[in-house]
Design a protein around this ligand. Structure first.
Ligand code: NAD
Length: 462
């Protein structure tokens, strides 16, 4: 294998550091976690500026989705790590006594974390917090599509963190592929379904366990709500889940909506009002909204709308500012179900609304597509909620809101089926990078002889 970017040397150094045992100690883990806090605290202004210039994120959005999330994860890890690391006692059959059992969490070893560009800081640092808490050495590969964030992390991390145990390699697909040739003890990947398959195939060669945090089409079911105030709150939350996080370029963003025909006009009118309040209505001067990451994705989204059968369905928005890579929040009513926009993850500010005769049909509609990472449903109908929970499958279900499940440390974050597998956040991040070793210790007293041969005079009675 060609040794580009000093990769072989770096991987070898990570392996040697892990072997030395220094990353296993709780003091080392805590010191690295505190260093991440310092890194965030001392560089937050630069990080806000970078996220604004590279992705157009408003500082409040950056705090909510990146800086604040990372800070919260480190704080939690620092306050819980002793408890997470402590062995858990288990029960055992009376016949085995005297003996004891425990579950001992051990680090997996040398792990690779590959990130995506849409949350370029938190999707690298958040899994890193789990990997450090669990006592691993780590290679990080941020996304090349947010190059300034990637190089800022590559510059900062060695200043704050133990560079013999935590390294950053920058680059795109080629560098990723080179990294994937090595034997890792775990690969944690955030990205598309397509590349997830590449990662898993590479991991299979070494039987390396993987966590795949992928994407897909997250639906939002909008049941007719009798109360006007509830409709207003619900549409605000939908608008936030569609346009409010990286302009729809979010894995758990709302991809499309399902609504009863008779309720569609109310929903659309309320969404239009909300969009105007959130962002204004001048596409050349949209406030508070992120931009499309690059020309390639800008053109991809524009092409989705250029299908004449789809363009005819635009009921709001639809204009583009190519120079600034801005796409206006756009609503489409009943685009053809065989159009690309209804079959590929949109990952941008276009919102198809599909009308149904009865909202219960939404279950069958969702089940015809791959299992989504997140499913949203706005409803007050308890039976319908039960039906959604039992008759659909998704990484998570959120009733009457969008996106906020991401910030709940007690809820594992991850997909199912094509939206990925494995999970993290809170204690689940520690578990994602640990092996829980089963330990049983017996005393030499008391031997149950019938367990051993010869069994000449032994009669089985069952
Ligand atoms: P991507 O799969 O194109 O890239 C992700 C990473 O893989 C990048 O670091 C990239 O350099 C690398 N990569 C790209 N092509 C590769 C190849 N052929 N071989 C090996 N490595 C390769 O995804 P993206 O464009 O960065 O992100 C968008 C996708 O990620 C969407 O599908 C979105 O839903 C998903 N996503 C999921 C989550 C989650 O937490 N589940 C979060 C953010 C984004």
């Amino acid at each position: 294998m060609e040794d580009d970017h000093g990769m072989r040397r770096s991987v070898e150094e990570l392996r040697q550091t892990f072997k030395s045992g220094k990353t296993r100690g709780v003091d080392w883990r805590k010191s690295q976690l505190r260093a991440i806090l310092r890194l965030i605290e001392e560089n937050k202004d630069n990080l806000y500026k970078l996220l604004q210039s590279e992705l157009g994120k408003h500082p409040v959005e950056s705090y909510r989705d990146e800086i604040g999330i990372v800070k919260k994860s480190v704080d939690l890890a620092l306050s819980c790590i002793d408890q997470w690391m402590s062995p858990k006692k288990g029960w055992l059959p009376l016949l085995f006594l005297p003996a004891s059992t425990k579950l001992l969490s051990e680090p997996l070893g040398v792990v690779l974390i590959i990130g995506s560009w849409n949350f370029p800081i938190s999707l690298i640092l958040d899994p890193l917090i789990g990997a450090i808490s669990a006592g691993n050495t780590v290679m990080l590969k941020p996304s090349e599509l947010a190059p300034n964030c990637s190089s800022y992390l590559a510059k900062l991390l060695p200043i704050y963190l133990d560079s013999k145990a935590i390294k950053v390699i920058e680059g795109g697909r080629e560098v990723s592929n080179q990294l994937l040739e090595y034997k890792w003890d775990k690969i944690f990947f955030t990205g598309s379904v397509k590349v997830g398959k590449v990662v898993m195939a590479a991991a299979a060669k070494h039987l390396t366990p993987v966590t795949l945090e992928l994407g897909g089409k997250c639906p939002a079911i909008f049941d007719s709500l009798p109360n006007n105030a509830d409709i207003k709150v619900a549409t605000k939350r939908v608008a936030s889940g569609k346009w409010g996080a990286c302009c729809g370029q979010a894995c758990i963003g709302v991809d499309y909506m399902l609504v009863e025909q008779k309720f569609a006009t109310t929903l659309i009118e309320e969404l239009k009002k909300t969009i105007k309040t959130f962002y204004g209505d001048d596409v050349r001067n949209l406030k508070n909204m992120s931009k499309i990451i690059n020309k390639f994705h800008f053109d991809r989204l524009r092409n989705l709308l250029e299908d004449p059968a789809v363009a005819n369905c635009i009921v709001y928005g639809g204009s583009f500012d190519e120079k600034n890579l801005i796409i206006e929040p756009t609503i489409l009513l009943d685009p053809p179900l065989n159009a690309e926009i209804m079959n590929e993850e949109i990952f941008g500010p276009l919102l198809p609304i599909i009308t149904l005769d009865n909202i219960k049909e939404s279950i069958e509609f969702i089940n015809l597509k791959p299992k989504p990472l997140a499913l949203y449903a706005f409803t007050k109908n308890e039976n319908f909620k039960k039906q959604i929970l039992t008759e659909t499958s998704s990484g998570s279900v959120t009733f009457n809101d969008t996106m906020i499940q991401f910030a709940c440390d007690d809820l594992p974050f991850g997909g199912v089926g094509q939206s990925g597998f494995g999970r993290y956040h809170g204690k689940y991040s520690f578990d994602a990078f640990s092996h829980e070793k089963a330990v049983l210790e017996r005393s030499f007293y008391f031997e149950l002889e019938p367990r051993h041969p010869p069994w000449n005079n032994f009669k089985l009675e069952f």
